[in-house]
Ligand binder design. Structure first.
Ligand SMILES: NC(=O)c1ccc[n+]([C@@H]2O[C@H](COP(=O)([O-])OP(=O)(O)OC[C@H]3O[C@@H](n4cnc5c(N)ncnc54)[C@H](O)[C@@H]3O)[C@@H](O)[C@H]2O)c1
Length: 251
């Protein structure tokens, strides 16, 4: 689901392209599922299918990690989990703060998948005084007045913004000034950040709009496919406004 961009060059300093970095979590998710089933090795084809990636691309991606697998055996699942986790910086715990504890922020706070992947929700922050002290997912919400102190006390470098769009830039600036260097932004707005700060944007409505585009195209193709039948039945009412013949005509 994750969409967006990072304010970084297309190739990271260690030579791993950004596109490869973006696929590493897909491999890791598929490998973790294999590991949970105690599968010892996996071929590039099987893993590529499980991750939804082309197998040649997968082999190229893994070559950046120095992982080439063994011919006829494949890749060692546990070792690859370790390698990718290390590459992604997941062998350490990352305290995360969520700012904006409304519908979305509360849902994110309640999501167990962060902690199990090494992202501990260290604090929840909101501007609404009525929420201060109220527990969400067992964590008391704290007021934005204390944002800087919360970031510093918890050594937070990753912030999640789930405020209304109008508040997001200001929240972002306070997070960055307090020491946050990576932001996951759910608010539907483009954030301006200084050099060295990474922003990833998640927008489900953009994903839906892309699906709508494909749905529309599929519907158009179905309509085009249906034209021959209509044409042979003598139905000519569905021609274009200029009276053009439909693109597909019976032979
Ligand atoms: N990216 C996505 O796919 C997606 C999906 C749903 C919602 N959203 C966006 O997420 C945001 C939150 O949506 P929601 O439904 O939870 O809204 P909501 O109104 O339920 O919650 C927003 C919360 O932000 C708090 N807030 C407002 N200004 C703040 C500030 N300056 N500092 C800290 N907290 C502040 C409010 O008090 C409130 O608790 C919106 O911007 C919405 O458009 C994005």
């Amino acid at each position: 689901m994750a969409t967006g961009r990072t304010h970084r060059p297309a190739t990271r300093s260690r030579g791993i392209p950004e596109a490869t970095v973006a696929r590493l979590p897909l491999y890791l998710r598929a490998l973790t599922a294999l590991s949970e089933r105690s599968v010892p090795t996996v071929s590039s084809e099987e893993l590529a299918a499980a991750a939804g990636v082309n197998s040649a691309k997968l082999r190229k991606d893994f070559s950046y990690l120095g992982s080439y697998g063994t011919r006829g055996v494949g890749y060692d699942v546990e070792y690859l989990v370790y390698q990718i986790s290390r590459e992604l910086g997941l062998t350490q715990d990352w305290p995360v703060v969520i700012v904006g504890i409304g519908n979305l922020g509360a849902a994110l706070a309640n999501y167990g998948g962060f902690a199990s992947r090494g992202f501990r929700v260290a604090a929840l922050i909101d501007a609404d005084p009525a929420l201060a002290g109220k527990p969400v997912a067992g964590i008391p919400v704290q007021h934005t007045d204390d944002l800087e102190k919360i970031i510093q006390d918890n050594g937070v470098s990753i912030g999640v913004i789930a405020t209304p769009a109008g508040a997001a830039q200001q929240v972002c600036e306070r997070l960055v000034a307090a020491g946050v260097t990576s932001i996951l932004n759910f608010a539907p707005t483009v954030l301006n950040v200084p050099e060295g700060v990474d922003v990833r944007k998640v927008d489900l409505s953009i994903e839906l709009q892309i699906l709508a585009f494909h749905e529309q195209r599929k519907a158009g193709e179905e309509a085009a496919d249906a034209v021959p039948a209509a044409a042979t039945s003598g139905d000519t009412t569905d021609q274009g406004p200029d009276g053009d013949v439909p693109a597909v005509m019976p032979a």
